[in-house]
Write a protein that binds this ligand. Structure first.
Ligand code: UFG
Length: 323
């Protein structure tokens, strides 16, 4: 039985991962400080509430012995990272280092890291493969790139093997309806649109209709949270099988515009939505689409939920369940 520590396992993607690991017979421990995660989102295994940089706590947890650590505990808001870079470097870099050093002390040699398309910055071409230059344009993206880089150094010096998974736009919810997105405040397009459809929000802001895209709104690659977790599972099995460090771009390979998302939300929910056109949001590239070919070829990963209607239907069921 594989023993996995999931740091940030009470958050959006982490909680789906904890559930999947449990379903696949792993022994799972979640470490989460619950500042943005939710206790009731941890459906499997035990939850240790605390800080990933608390060395005494980590010494206690890691002494139980783990085959691998999965790390989902990051701050994720681009705009906030520009306003408060210190918080981002502290949490996403300094605390991750503390976690890695504790792992090192306890001989845990496998690590799966939630990276992001934001490490690439402004796209030079799309779809974006792993060869695309990495020039992040905000502190959030830089914190994630720094961890990618230090992981390469840690492998060379200490033999720590890692997989960096660069998510494009994580979306959807547990297909069985038990889990979903609960960010506070919410900044992501699909949950915001669903809140408008549910009558919890007056209107949806559309940030820019003058992009160089077919309908003028930004194009993104929405990848179902369940598919992201499936990639983590395959990455874990690859490390368990002795593979070296790897980096993958995770998206469906298909782009949908903000207007297409709005049309799909209206179709899936059957509700009209009030829209408010706004100027472009700072730092939004026109088009971000992944080339998931490497993950397909090497890990055998294939996104199952590429249909936007399904992604949105799962998120809508979750939105309604929240009441
Ligand atoms: N958008 C709106 N109105 C809103 C919210 C978003 O029009 O109220 C638009 C944005 O301008 C963007 C698209 O919807 O064009 C998607 O925006 P999100 O905020 O949902 O997601 P992002 O693409 O900005 O961010 C995602 C991840 C980040 C990551 C980034 C990688 O959430 O963590 O992709 O570039 F950094």
């Amino acid at each position: 039985m594989q023993k996995i520590l999931v740091v940030g396992g009470a958050g959006f993607i982490g909680s789906h991962m904890v559930k999947m690991l449990g379903q696949r017979g792993c022994q799972v421990t979640t470490l989460d400080d619950l500042t943005s995660g939710h206790r009731d989102a941890v459906l499997v295994g035990d939850l240790v509430q605390g800080d990933m940089a608390d060395r005494a706590l980590l010494d206690g947890v890691l002494s139980r012995g783990f085959d691998a650590v999965m790390h989902f505990a990051s701050f994720i808001e681009v705009g906030e990272s520009v306003q408060q870079p210190a918080r981002y470097y502290q949490n996403n870099v300094v605390k991750t280092l503390a976690l890695l050093d504790a792992m090192r002390a306890h001989g845990v040699q496998r690590f799966i890291f939630s990276s992001t398309a934001a490490t690439f910055g402004e796209p030079q071409y799309t779809p974006m493969d792993e060869q695309h230059p990495q020039h992040p344009v905000n502190p959030y993206g830089r914190t994630k790139l720094m961890v990618e880089q230090l992981l390469a150094d840690y492998e060379r010096a200490y033999g720590l093997r890692s997989v960096c998974l660069r998510y494009f736009n994580a979306a959807g919810a547990d297909p069985e309806g038990q889990l979903g997105e609960r960010h506070q405040p919410e900044t992501h397009l699909i949950p915001l649109a669903l809140q408008v459809a549910a009558g919890r929000r007056a209107h949806l802001q559309v940030f820019g209709r003058d992009y160089d895209t077919p309908d003028g709104t930004c194009v993104r690659d929405y990848v179902h949270v369940q598919d992201l977790c499936a990639a983590h599972w395959l990455a874990l099995q690859s490390l368990m099988g002795g593979a070296g460090s790897q980096k993958y771009n995770l998206g469906s390979g298909r782009g949908f515009s903000v207007q297409e998302v709005i049309d799909t939300v209206q179709r899936v929910t059957g509700r009209p939505m009030a829209l408010m056109d706004q100027p472009r949001r700072l730092g939004d590239p026109a088009r971000l689409v992944a080339d998931p070919g490497l993950a397909q070829r090497v890990l055998g990963w294939q996104a199952q939920f590429t249909d936007l209607d399904t992604i949105i239907a799962h998120a809508w069921r979750w939105e309604n369940r929240k009441g």
